[in-house]
Ligand binder design. Structure first.
Ligand SMILES: NC(=O)c1ccc[n+]([C@@H]2O[C@H](COP(=O)([O-])OP(=O)(O)OC[C@H]3O[C@@H](n4cnc5c(N)ncnc54)[C@H](O)[C@@H]3O)[C@@H](O)[C@H]2O)c1
Length: 339
């Protein structure tokens, strides 16, 4: 944004979450006004979420709203008051395992919450809405890397099923009401302020506290680990890439009937789980005691993003290699938890 432009307003849902915090931080640094909606749910440490919001709050451009996306009228009020130009919708109940234990959380936060957002957006249509989906929607697909135009109809967890449903819901609103929508499919994001329920945090936390780590499918898993700064670069490239009428190439996932596009944001370099564990061990300076387990229900064997479309649209090129990214995460962990 240039200096003579008035500040534009963005609504970031999930602003106290891992990715939402980083998105809000960069938007504020660029001079946006940010309305940050988050329920501070207790799925993982509420104090970590409060610490993230506390870093955003001193910025005069930041307006925190504590509440649930699915609360009736909540988003209508926000749209009436703030009329956001941009929406980045990251609030969700995430996690594959939890969706087996508490599927209703996913119906409420993901399905009803996104429905309320889409309905509210009709009242004051933003210039662009960007909504989080996941690599998990590729489910049982075995052809790698995963491309946005591949059929993705075999979800393996209820979490993934709700995200696939959100994609379809958003497509219908983009078509019916002309709302420009970009759906992100994120691939295993890690880095400072990362999520305590995900492997990078779980491994680091266990190693630092002298506990064994749990290794699923006996270590035979591959993930396309994406460093947070690379992911944020991808998101910011897409903010200015509003889906219109014309596809950029044959690879484009642009809908034939709506301003709607799905875009992978990954690293495009799948890492073997045991190599990831070695990187964490190196960064922590200690070897982990490993307890081997079979595959977890709902999990997939490998993820690998084809990021060709993102590169074509935005010039995206991930910069942070695995060891550097893991090192930065462990440094943050040590500073935050005073190790
Ligand atoms: N981190 C990843 O690797 C990854 C991968 C694929 C997709 N995603 C998706 O990206 C988005 C952000 O993920 P994240 O890693 O930052 O997760 P996160 O859990 O750290 O952030 C989500 C935030 O949403 C909030 N929230 C949850 N339910 C809510 C509700 N009903 N109303 C309002 N706020 C609510 C939570 O309190 C949390 O702060 C999610 O939609 C997630 O499904 C993340």
């Amino acid at each position: 944004m240039t200096q003579d432009q008035p500040p534009r307003t963005a609504l970031v849902t999930g602003s106290a979450g891992f990715i939402g915090f980083h998105v809000a931080q960069r938007l504020l640094a660029q001079g946006w006004r940010v309305v940050g909606l988050d329920a501070l749910s207790d799925y993982y440490s509420v104090s970590l979420k409060q610490s993230r919001h506390a870093l955003l709050e001193p910025d005069m451009g930041f307006t925190p709203v504590i509440g649930r996306v699915e609360d009736p009228g909540r988003l209508l009020d926000i749209f009436a008051t703030h009329k956001p130009d941009l929406v980045v919708h990251l609030a969700a109940q995430a996690g594959v395992r939890h969706s087996i234990e508490q599927p209703r959380d996913y119906v409420e936060a993901n399905l009803i919450g996104t429905f309320e957002l889409l309905e509210a957006a009709r009242t004051h249509p933003p210039a662009h809405m960007l909504l989080a989906s996941t690599s998990s929607v590729y489910g049982a697909n075995t052809q790698m890397p995963y491309g946005e135009r591949d059929k993705a109809d075999s979800q393996m967890s209820f979490y993934a099923a709700t995200k696939k449903a959100i994609e379809a819901m958003a497509h219908s609103y983009a078509h019916l009401y002309g709302l420009p929508v970009t759906m992100f499919r994120f691939f295993t994001v890690y880095g400072p302020w990362g999520r305590p329920d995900m492997a990078p945090f779980l491994f680091t936390d266990a190693i630092m506290n002298g506990r064994p780590i749990n290794v699923f499918n006996h270590g035979d898993l591959r993930r396309d680990f994406t460093y947070i700064d690379d992911l944020i670069d991808g998101i910011f490239g897409l903010i200015d890439t509003v889906p219109g009428k014309n596809a950029v190439s044959e690879q484009d996932s642009l809908s034939p009937v709506a301003p709607f596009r799905v875009v992978n944001i990954g690293n495009s370099q799948p890492i073997q789980l045991m190599d990831f564990i070695r990187a964490v061990e190196r960064a922590c300076g200690r070897e982990a005691e490993k307890i081997m387990h079979p595959m977890q229900a709902g999990d997939v064997h490998a993820t690998w993003a084809d990021t060709g479309l993102l590169t074509e649209l935005t010039g995206y090129a991930p910069k942070v290699d695995l060891q550097t990214g893991v090192q930065r995460f462990v440094e943050w962990y040590r500073a935050y938890y005073r190790f």
